[in-house]
Design a binder for this molecule. Structure first.
Ligand SMILES: NC(=O)c1ccc[n+]([C@@H]2O[C@H](COP(=O)([O-])OP(=O)(O)OC[C@H]3O[C@@H](n4cnc5c(N)ncnc54)[C@H](OP(=O)(O)O)[C@@H]3O)[C@@H](O)[C@H]2O)c1
Length: 329
């Protein structure tokens, strides 16, 4: 079947970096798209940081990666694999992870903000609210990544000084961000139209519709945040992008009903295909990539995005509001 997917999806191979000096951190690399992204980046010669909430799962991933051969190399010479325990639904954990990163590295060449959740409600968290009082979906998919990115910016800029090339940030969003809308009047000319205040704590509750609306909203924030970063930094310091990974078969739909999961078998493709656009954005020297800082991609090509992304003030507001939320903690 892969021959078919290869026909419909672009399958770029990231350029191999024989120096093994570059560092790439991928959040949510214990499964699905994040795992495949980390594997591809590792195979391309990047020292990889597996930023995961479940250390046992991360250790299994590390063991698996260690079996990857680098034929032209002495077997002792392989990129490093570091596990960073990080639960995005808890800022204390993210803060510790950032400190640990700083103790181990002085540079970060690529940050892939990949982890995300469809549904913040689980048997371990029946109210879908984090320790810090935010909706799990909002904190995991946006606010914790905002915090992580802000803390790691000096390391990304340092990499640009060392390499004379911009460090890169990739936000894994979703094509569904295009449909972000207000549940009541479906207008979305501003973040307040999208009920920003209610979504922070998911006042809409736990049903399929509100999970979908919540998800579309946070995925829009991912695209707007990448765009705002591109406006804050020069192309020489940082390139930031967002992308849709494609309709991917992964654990993402774990909470869906058996019938919905069964129907997904006919609509989704293997996880590895979900890693291609992120890895392409993380490594490509294609002028199309280099001249499209801040843009949103799907299947390794520029794609249509939500109109709010072009609104400079609204994107700036995300930074300001997210900073305030963190400062108020
Ligand atoms: N699959 C699709 O069709 C699709 C389509 C569009 C966009 N996306 C996006 O792609 C990204 C990856 O999704 P996926 O399909 O690979 O799903 P997945 O298999 O469920 O992987 C999600 C990853 O995020 C991690 N994660 C979840 N909550 C976390 C938390 N609180 N702290 C730290 N890590 C956490 C998970 O860790 P555990 O292993 O511990 O659960 C897992 O490693 C998401 O941002 C999603 O929105 C997916």
């Amino acid at each position: 079947m892969n021959w078919f997917y290869n026909l419909i999806r672009k399958t770029p191979t990231p350029p191999f970096d024989p120096s093994f000096t570059k560092v790439c951190l991928v959040t949510g690399s214990s499964s699905g798209i994040g795992l495949e992204t980390a594997k591809l980046m590792y195979s391309s010669g990047f020292n990889i940081v597996l930023a995961c909430r479940n250390v046992k799962k991360a250790e299994a991933v590390k063991n698996d990666f260690e079996k990857i051969e680098f034929p032209s190399r002495n077997s002792a010479m392989k990129p490093q694999i570091t596990i960073l325990e990080m639960d995005l639904a808890d800022f204390d954990s993210v803060s510790n992870a950032c400190k640990e990163f700083g103790n181990a590295f002085d540079r970060l060449d690529v940050l892939v903000n990949n982890a995300g959740t469809w549904n913040g409600f689980s048997k371990d968290n029946l109210i879908g609210i984090t320790k810090q009082g935010f909706s799990v979906t909002y904190q995991t998919s946006h606010l914790a990544h905002f915090y992580l990115t802000r803390e790691l910016l000096p390391f990304i800029i340092n990499s640009s000084k060392i390499t004379n090339k911009p460090g890169r940030i990739i936000n894994v969003s979703s094509g569904l961000h295009l449909y972000a809308m207000n549940q009541i009047n479906k207008k979305s000319d501003s973040l307040s139209d999208l009920e920003w205040e209610k979504r922070m704590v998911n006042e809409h509750g736990d049903n399929f519709n509100s999970q979908l609306y919540q998800y579309m909203y946070v995925k829009l924030l991912n695209v707007m945040f990448a765009k705002h970063l591109s406006r804050m930094y020069t192309d020489k310091e940082i390139l930031s992008f967002s992308c849709h990974p494609g309709p991917i078969s992964s654990d993402f739909y774990r909470d869906w009903s058996s019938l919905l999961k069964f129907s997904l078998n006919f609509m989704t493709i293997p996880s590895v295909y979900g890693a291609f656009t992120s890895c392409y954005l993380a490594t490509s020297e294609d002028p199309i990539i280099l001249s499209n800082n801040g843009n949103y991609f799907d299947n390794c090509s520029i794609a249509k995005y939500h109109k709010l992304v072009d609104d400079v003030e609204q994107c700036k507001l995300i930074w300001e509001k997210s900073e305030k939320q963190l400062n108020d903690l």
